[in-house]
Design a protein around this ligand. Structure first.
Ligand code: COA
Length: 261
């Protein structure tokens, strides 16, 4: 598919998806969200893609949120609900993608931009990045996973402090709070993201996919159910060719050759 407001490059098992509306600080309008969704479908269907990196075009923004200019077209509560549900469905595709997804936060990650990053598996940020959920200051609230996913990271009290105030955090403060995993000098961010992606692309894909699923699903289950689910996934992995190869390579003191089977 040809995209207009995103770019997608695939090389050596790594997909780089760039939100490409730099003049609007990569704000996600309907058209971009639709293209983004199609791109995730494309990446899901492409077995050669092992790892996905998501970033924003230019050096100012990852994504500055939903496109506020489209809000005026919302006339009924059901329109707003539909917009929220649509974004939830798209971001859930990122969560369910059986491959690691790295958000390289290269600038403003506000509103829907932070919510997109929260749907990714690992968040790396430039030291110049700014993160926030400023929706309250627009008379609305986060509606693309901000109140839900962030609460699972920060707990309700800190999330309320953050959402009620609509304030912005520096990358370093976001890291201290556990919202981003690593912070790098802005000039190094993409190299660091690619280095991580390269490392992950060289690891057994079925094991990575199962680990992602187990970690994600454990949030929604009791500990006992989550452990049961982990056992099932673990069992399935134990009989893969990659698991046999991993053990054999260890004993033979050689690097493993992963087949994804
Ligand atoms: N939706 C639509 N357009 C946006 C946008 C958004 N979320 N965020 C930025 N833009 C546009 C601006 O309207 C401006 O367009 P213009 O040049 O045609 O006027 C352009 O991007 C540059 O933004 P500007 O505000 O001039 O840059 P700045 O450096 O002064 O401020 C921000 C940067 C990110 C602080 C500011 O743009 C902002 O607060 N954006 C909205 C963030 C937000 O509330 N997101 C949640 C939405 S639910």
């Amino acid at each position: 598919m040809k995209y207009e407001s995103i770019t997608l490059e695939i090389q050596d098992g790594i997909a780089l998806l760039v939100i490409n509306r730099p003049k609007q600080l990569n704000a996600l309008n309907q058209a971009t969200l639709t293209e983004f969704s199609a791109a995730i479908d494309e990446l899901a269907a492409n077995d050669s893609v092992r790892v996905v990196m998501i970033t924003g075009s230019g050096d100012r923004a990852f994504v500055a949120g939903a496109d506020i200019r489209e809000f005026e077209a919302i006339k009924h509560a059901s329109d707003g609900t539909r917009l929220s549900q649509q974004a939830h469905a798209v971001f859930q595709k990122v969560v369910d993608l059986p491959k690691p997804v790295i958000a390289a936060i290269n600038g403003f990650a506000l509103g829907g931009g932070l919510e997109l990053a929260l749907a990714c598996d690992i968040r790396l940020a430039a030291d110049t990045a700014t993160l926030g959920l400023p929706e309250i200051t627009l008379g609305i609230m986060p509606g693309w996973g901000g109140t839900t996913r962030l609460t699972r990271i920060l707990g309700p009290g800190l999330t309320k402090l953050f959402v009620f105030g609509g304030e912005r955090l520096s990358a370093t403060d976001a890291q201290a709070a556990g919202i981003v995993e690593r912070v790098y000098p802005a000039k190094d961010l993409m190299n660091e993201a690619r280095a991580l992606a390269t490392r992950l692309a060289g690891l057994p894909p079925l094991a990575l996919a199962a680990a992602k699923q187990s970690i994600n699903r454990s949030h929604d289950m009791s500990l006992a159910d989550a452990n049961q689910h982990e056992s099932l996934l673990f069992g399935q992995l134990c009989v893969t060719e990659d698991a046999r190869e991993g053990a054999r390579a260890f004993v033979e003191k050689r690097p493993a050759v992963w087949k994804g089977r």
